[in-house]
Write a protein that binds this ligand. Structure first.
Ligand code: 3MF
Ligand code: MG
Length: 346
């Protein structure tokens, strides 16, 4: 357990304030203007912004217009006292990424993906951000026979290397997700991602961002995934949220489905010193479709409040007692002690 308490810094992406549109229905509330979203960060007690490249500037602008656009956003961020925690190329919406980005079967489309990904590195530099996230949304298949899976993994690694070589300052964080939008992703778990990290041209600049729901969708425990990455010193960001079983990606409020599972994530982060090298506690949460526009940021405030309450609970845990129960292998008693902590009787 760290000696002085970690002062956590919090982040989220502007896509977390949304219109409530889903695959079965159009927007259910008005779009909150971009500037208003950025204003909300400090009001909600957040410190940093997570961006996609085209959250900052449209993807098809020439370089001069891009620089101008980025400078405008940077000025707003500076004015708000915010920094950019991560930036990720949105490699899943353009028609040229319909068959994947780095693994598309069309060489021209693979080239588009690489150019766009490199441009995103340049934007990261302009906004002063070192953390470059790759969520490999469409790098997978609907049917096994569509691509050679071994070739595909190699193509992802080659792209990863090109990006590391493009800028010696950035570090790449792979965000694994097993499915959605694809049936099967090529790098479905944190373990796959970390394995790939060690094969890159600079493993020290290759790590992961872990999203709770993505681990759950892979049938894994997010706290254990986090512990695994922390042990490798490769956990550089998180997307905390919750997920009710194996279905579509829900991005529910952190701790809202399984409070004990959330408690365990906070325990692992807190006891392993996460945040002490500047890492942020990132959220990736969605408001319910039924929410009004006035209330469409509550899910962010609530997730942060749950995290902070769980930090307090983790800090209240009597570790001597836990160690004694572990040593005596009294796991029934240990379980009840944790349930006592969670129900306010610890
Ligand atoms: C999808 C995700 C993504 C990533 C984002 C940043 C749109 O399930 O989690 O959100 O988090 O692209 O990498
Ligand atoms: Mg995410």
């Amino acid at each position: 357990m760290p000696e002085t308490p970690t002062k956590y810094r919090f982040s989220f992406g502007p896509w977390n304030i949304s219109t409530g549109a889903d695959p079965f229905g159009p927007p259910a509330r008005k779009e909150v203007p971009f500037a208003k979203k950025l204003k909300a960060y400090k009001q909600l007690g957040f410190d940093a912004v997570q961006f996609h490249d085209d959250d900052i500037v449209p993807a098809d602008l020439d370089w001069t217009a891009t620089q101008r656009g980025v400078a405008k956003v940077k000025k707003i961020l500076d004015g708000e006292g915010l920094f950019v925690e991560i930036i990720a190329p949105r490699l899943w919406e353009d028609p040229r990424t319909v068959d994947g980005a780095f693994t598309a079967n069309s060489p021209a489309h693979r080239r588009y993906a690489l150019d766009r990904a490199k441009r995103c590195v340049d934007i990261a530099r302009l906004v002063g951000c070192r953390n470059y996230v790759l969520w490999l949304a469409r790098e997978g298949t609907y049917i096994r026979e569509a691509k050679d899976a071994a070739t595909a993994v190699g193509r992802i690694r080659d792209a990863w290397n090109l990006l590391l070589e493009h800028d010696p300052e950035i570090r790449i964080l792979g965000e694994a997700k097993p499915n959605e939008p694809m049936d099967q992703a090529y790098l479905p778990t944190v373990g796959h991602m970390i394995g790939l990290c060690y094969t890159t041209c600079d493993p020290a600049r290759s790590g992961v961002l872990i999203e709770s729901a993505h681990s759950i969708l892979a049938g894994l425990d997010p706290a254990d995934d986090m512990a695994y990455a922390l042990w490798h010193q490769k956990l550089w960001s998180v997307h905390l949220n919750d997920q009710n079983g194996l279905k579509y990606d829900q991005d529910k409020v952190f701790g809202s489905v399984d409070l004990r599972r959330a408690f365990n994530q906070v325990w692992v982060l807190e006891t392993n010193g996460y945040g002490r090298n500047g890492e942020c506690v990132g959220l990736d949460v969605k408001a319910m479709r039924t929410t009004t526009v006035q209330d469409s940021m509550l899910h962010l405030a609530h997730s942060k409040a749950v995290f902070e309450r769980l930090v307090e609970l983790v800090r209240s845990v009597d570790m001597k007692k836990v160690e004694a129960l572990r040593a005596a292998r009294q796991y029934e008693q240990l379980e009840m002690y944790i349930l006592d902590v969670l129900t306010g009787r610890g």
